[in-house]
Design a protein around this ligand. Structure first.
Ligand SMILES: Cc1cc2nc3c(=O)[nH]c(=O)nc-3n(C[C@H](O)[C@H](O)[C@H](O)COP(=O)(O)OP(=O)(O)OC[C@H]3O[C@@H](n4cnc5c(N)ncnc54)[C@H](O)[C@@H]3O)c2cc1C
Length: 380
């Protein structure tokens, strides 16, 4: 049993942390205010090898695995929730289907592009529902040499910045999950347009948009896996990626906790530092404990995945616990800051806003509990 990073992981973590301290932390609040994707920083990330980190070596990736991806995501999230979601979608869930089920041609084309910093999207959610995705509305028609996609996807991260992405559509809603197929689509394909940008609570530097497919014609080579395999590809991609959202929640919570501890030492009330008052000590103690539990669950799930397990239950537990614990930690951090914690003067209000969605995307907390219970009870 080993509860610490190995030498390579520790070196990697300190390199990413150094980068985040220098390039992300000082700029994150401004990116949020301007609702602007930090392209320069993104290109630096790619140059540092972060975009290729978890991609297969045969196609220009670094083959770093889930633990490394979680380290990178956690550290980026300490600096900027928005940057970290762009990262975990583009270099994680959007690429998983291509890496697992893609043809040689798709892998040879898209993996190097992602590794070099091209941004990708993953389009599953529809206006009618994100938790229950099987009754899909978006349709496709097959012809001899192409597929024609029609419909709307909603809440798509990287909607504006991406150059390509994966989208799911059904041949016939009557076929249920057996009708769904997955396609990789270039963003500049005629018939694909970027719709409304969501006005979110947080993570403003990352775009979240509608994607509208109107007689969008893609070549047959755009099909990922076999026809009818789409829902399996979608769910396996999310199962694989979910632990990175746990790492993201952990990073946001760590940032909030660090600020809370610093302020508790600095600020005085009733003649002594806030941290000398028991009520504040309890908030810090509970947060420290919950962070520790979240970290153990997250990296254990990542370790299981790196050792060839699907780790569906463990990833769901990690995401459920880390995201909800992060909510409690961010809430306490705002409380310890008092009035200033409710203003843009303090970074803790941003962390609290950025954290909230970690309980929603890539499966809500309710869906995680459902997944865990199904595994425990052996229900298919
Ligand atoms: C900022 C942001 C970025 C996102 N990025 C992406 C992306 O890149 N790609 C993508 O495809 N999607 C993305 N999403 C969509 C996200 O995955 C969905 O919002 C999420 O899965 C929930 O779906 P929904 O919003 O339709 O809620 P619904 O499915 O309508 O659920 C509403 C509520 O009901 C609960 N509920 C639903 N069914 C049950 C049940 N059986 N039992 C108990 N409770 C239930 C849910 O837990 C939730 O609390 C993003 C969302 C946000 C906010």
């Amino acid at each position: 049993m080993d509860f610490q990073y190995d030498e390579q992981q520790a070196l990697f973590q300190s390199a990413v942390r150094e980068f985040v301290e220098a390039e992300v932390v000082p700029n994150a609040a401004r990116w949020e205010d301007e609702e602007r994707f930090p392209w320069d920083t993104w290109h630096q990330l790619a140059e540092l090898g972060l975009c290729s980190l978890a991609l297969p070596e045969e196609y220009g990736g670094a083959g770093g695995g889930k633990i490394m991806l979680c380290i990178a995501t956690e550290e980026l999230a300490r600096g900027s929730g928005g940057l970290s979601v762009a990262y975990l979608v583009s270099c994680g869930v959007a690429m998983d289907g291509i890496c697992m089920y893609g043809t040689e041609g798709q892998k040879a084309n898209y993996i190097p592009r992602c590794a070099q910093g091209e941004v990708a999207f993953f389009a599953l959610t529809e206006p009618e529902g994100g938790s229950d995705v099987a009754p899909m509305r978006m349709r496709y028609r097959a012809s001899d040499d192409s597929f024609v996609l029609d419909g709307t996807k909603t809440f798509i991260s990287n909607g504006e910045e991406s150059g390509f992405g994966v989208v799911f559509a059904t041949k016939d809603p009557e076929l249920g999950h057996r009708g769904v197929s997955a396609f990789v689509v270039e963003k500049d394909t005629p018939g694909l347009s970027v719709g409304r940008r969501e006005r979110k609570t947080g993570q403003h530097c990352s775009s979240t948009n509608e994607l509208i497919f109107d007689r969008c014609t893609v070549p047959r080579s755009a099909l990922i896996g076999a026809e009818g395999q789409g829902l399996i590809i979608a769910l396996e991609s999310i199962d694989k990626s979910r632990v990175s959202v746990a790492a993201q929640a952990l990073g946001i919570a760590q940032a909030a906790y660090d600020e809370m501890v610093r302020y508790a030492k600095e600020r005085e009330a009733f003649g002594k530092a806030l941290g000398r008052h028991q009520a504040i000590q309890w908030m810090i103690a509970d947060s420290a404990t919950e962070l520790e539990v979240a970290r153990l669950l997250t990296y254990r799930a990542a370790w299981l995945i790196d050792h060839g397990n699907l780790a569906i239950k463990e990833s769901a537990m990690a995401k459920l616990y880390a995201s909800e614990a992060a909510g409690r930690v961010c809430h306490r951090a705002v409380q310890v800051y008092g009035g200033i914690g409710y203003t843009r003067e303090a970074a803790v209000e941003r962390y609290a806003r950025d954290q909230r969605v970690t309980e929603i995307y890539e499966g809500t907390s309710e869906m995680q509990r459902w997944a865990i219970a199904r595994q425990v009870l052996g229900v298919k």
